[in-house]
Design a protein around this ligand. Structure first.
Ligand code: GDP
Length: 424
């Protein structure tokens, strides 16, 4: 038995979905343990191209059990839509390959409303939320004001619970934001149209995973976003509302006793960031547009253009430490092929001093990037399938990163397709 977590090292969108899709055939279960429908994992395989938001990326592999753990923000509306989209491409999804934790909390329709209302109130100070209701959802969860998926099997108790929540939530909606209240009928409609339909998938996934571990099965944990978005260790307040770190995986899976043997940290060969907040090595203008176009850097969920810049060694090293990564997958190296020289941000200049330590969030807006350049390779590398096939300049870039972030780069991805990978 060997368990592995695939996590993002930076701001998210590093290509985790393609890595999970690549290695899922070695695992019996793939578990999503945090986050919700606010980000998208892009997977390209024999069924087509998918932006998965809630479904674990193991859904395409026969025999793999996909689990949504108790740490996720379970949005029945989004999940059902996603199941339909994936089914339409010929992928079988039923109770045998998708399991939802009975302890996962349900994201309610008002969470999405509140997300939008709060971003609108913040105006030019907004956090850059995807408005999927994630922050209001997790706030309510920690206030113990959410409904657990398993409560759907206790209709009497659920009715009472929803009535209490409705009264409480309407106070915030109407008195704080001046918005329309929800009615009992609206909630009943939501229960009937969405929540009831996910019931067949709901089970005690903690028990399932404990038994899987006992029987020597291999479990893969799939994270959303990246280290710098972790609620505790990220660039507050521009984080997400959950723990994106590998150490949270067993908890968010609902089976805290599971051991993680390997943490694969995914790093993009350059930097991208969606949303607001300090992004030290950000490029603007023509240089940024060229990189954005070369990498197709538009949000998988929102279509928003991503902010781009060179690889940031300072942030990446911090991300590696926070994730306790044992191995790195470097993605999108092929995208840099158009550059004559490859930029790397090696240090920050902070209050007149050079530093290679990632600063405290409040100091980040004052940091300036210090950029070095390495020779480019000036040829298409997307067909390379072995380390030796890569041009020397590309190999030098990879080993430079490896030495500076202090973690072995075990995978180099040179294209979005499943087989466009070099394993070292
Ligand atoms: P995730 O959320 O971490 O899974 O990342 P996203 O799916 O948001 O973004 C990764 C994007 O890069 C997707 O469009 C992938 O298909 C694409 N991608 C992943 N690896 C590579 C690669 O090595 N080369 C290229 N050109 N595209 C890649």
């Amino acid at each position: 038995m060997s368990n592995c977590a695939i996590v993002g090292i930076n701001w998210g969108d590093e290509g985790k979905g393609r890595m999970v899709d690549l290695i899922t055939d070695k695992y019996d279960a793939v578990v999503r343990y945090q986050g919700g429908g606010n980000a998208g994992h892009t997977v390209i395989n024999e069924y087509g191209k998918f932006a998965l938001h809630l479904l674990p990326s193991g859904i395409f592999r026969q025999g793999v059990v996909n689990v949504l753990g108790c740490g996720v923000a379970l949005d029945p509306e989004n999940l059902l839509r996603e199941i339909e989209t994936v089914r339409e491409k010929g992928v079988g999804i039923d109770e045998s390959n998708l399991k939802i934790s009975d302890r996962a909390s349900l994201l309610m329709p008002w969470h999405r409303d509140l997300d939008g209302l709060e971003e609108a109130r913040l105006a030019d100070k907004k956090y850059g939320s995807t408005r999927q209701g994630i922050a209001p959802f997790y706030s309510d969860k920690y206030q113990k004001k959410t409904v657990l998926a398993g409560e759907l099997f206790y209709p009497e108790r659920l009715r009472e619970h929803l009535a209490e929540l409705l009264e409480w939530k309407n106070l915030t909606l109407t008195r704080v934001y001046g918005a329309e209240p929800y009615t009992k009928e609206m909630l009943e409609g939501w229960l009937r149209d969405y929540a009831e339909k996910i019931k067949p998938f709901i089970t005690d996934t903690g028990k399932l995973l404990r038994e899987a571990a006992k029987n020597g099965k291999n479990i893969l944990f799939e994270a959303q976003l990246g280290s710098l978005r972790d609620i505790d260790l990220g660039i507050a307040p521009y984080t997400t509302s959950s723990n994106t770190t590998a150490s949270y995986a067993p908890n968010g899976a609902g089976c805290p006793g599971l051991r993680i043997d390997e943490v694969i940290g995914v790093v993009k060969a350059y930097s991208t960031c969606v949303g607001e907040g300090p992004f030290v090595c950000e490029w603007f203008g023509e240089e940024a547009s060229r990189l954005r176009e070369a990498g197709g850097e538009y949000g998988a969920k929102t279509g928003r253009p991503r902010r781009v810049g060179p690889l940031d060694i300072v942030a990446t090293r911090y991300g590696v430490q926070v994730q306790a990564a044992t191995c790195i997958a470097l993605t999108k190296l092929d995208v840099l092929s158009y550059m004559d020289k490859i930029p790397v941000c090696t240090h920050y200049l902070l209050n007149g001093e050079l530093t290679d330590e990632f600063p405290f969030p409040a100091a980040l807006p004052d940091a300036e990037p210090v950029t070095e350049y390495m020779p480019g390779w000036d040829c298409d590398i997307s067909g390379c399938r072995s380390w030796d096939e890569l041009p020397e300049a590309a190999r030098n870039y990879v080993t430079f990163i490896e030495e500076n972030i202090g973690c072995h780069i075990g995978y180099v991805s040179v294209g979005p397709e499943r087989d466009s990978i070099i394993i070292r």
